[in-house]
Write a protein that binds this ligand. Sequence first.
Ligand code: NAD
Length: 340
Amino acid sequence: MPHHLTLLPGDGIGPEVTEAAVQTIEAAGVDVVWDRHRVIGATAVERGRPALPPDVIDSIQERGVALKGPVTTPVGQGFTSVNVQLRQRLDLYANVRPATSLEGVDTPFEDVDLIIFRENTEGLYSGIEYFDERLEIADSIARVTKRGAERIIRFCFEYAKANGRGHVTLAHKANILKKTSGLFLDIGREVAAEYPEIEFDDRIIDNLCMQLVVNPDDYDCIVSTNLFGDILSDLTAGLVGGLGVTPGANIRDDMAVFEAVHGSAPDIAGQNVANPTAMIRTAVMMLRHIDEDDAATAIERALFDMYREGDVLTQDVGGTATTSEFADALADRVGAEKDA
Ligand code: NAD
């Protein structure tokens, strides 16, 4: 039986890297019928449609799983981020962003193995913003709810428990943001008490950023509010080789949209130089989610071999290969392994 999944290629480098991921999934022999939606974000707005067209939402709700490329958001003006809208409209409250070292990528640390759990629907991304023209005052409200905090923190502990990870750190700024971060920390302590087998601590966000770039081995699972989680996941991507290699997923109990940490990278879009590894690792997360573990493992093994050998890598990780050369080489390997 084929899997019926939604595909959102996005814009910028999105179509290049999502195509590479689709090619790899096909090479692994997973039967997928994709419902492709190319009209989204600025492309939709140019055609007089909402940035997040209703048929995209309907498709994901019907299929339950989507693979999504990045979508550009205008800075300081224009439409609300499609990415934020999608997470809020579908209530995809858990943004899971692993950062693990890849043998063959030269970084200051060898065995980084961290996961950022970012609250994905509220905090400073709640969309509650005002500008008072007369007084020239701008407000962006960081709304934290007890329910929102509890479900992401519990999600993080449950994930840690299910995956044999023994340490959760909660990142906050409760010394200054006594209400929002304070509530998040209080709930963290309450939830942590239900998981005595998992070590729990908390760090003030600025201190944690410094600690992570000095001693990343001291950390394991890190849970935080929306903005801190967003920033932390780019920081931890930097520890393992950058945005070209770090995957991600937006999850709720019965639905998931898989997308890499990186954005649409307008500086390299359309040049066939983007690293599709982040998107391919995102596809691996998706395959595990839909119980295609053998295919996920085969792709991961072939990917790790390519990095270890280092002959066909993209520019961001020290190679010279194009996006499509990397994708073709990986698909050949995955296909050859399947036929062996
Ligand atoms: P970005 O992640 O697009 O790029 C940051 C830097 O990393 C750039 O130098 C880029 O070339 C590089 N990079 C990113 N992905 C890469 C890859 N796969 N291979 C090689 N290099 C890669 O961040 P930005 O420039 O701040 O944002 C650009 C746009 O993307 C903005 O409109 C932003 O709103 C949007 N964005 C979207 C998402 C999403 O769709 N989930 C996430 C983040 C940013």
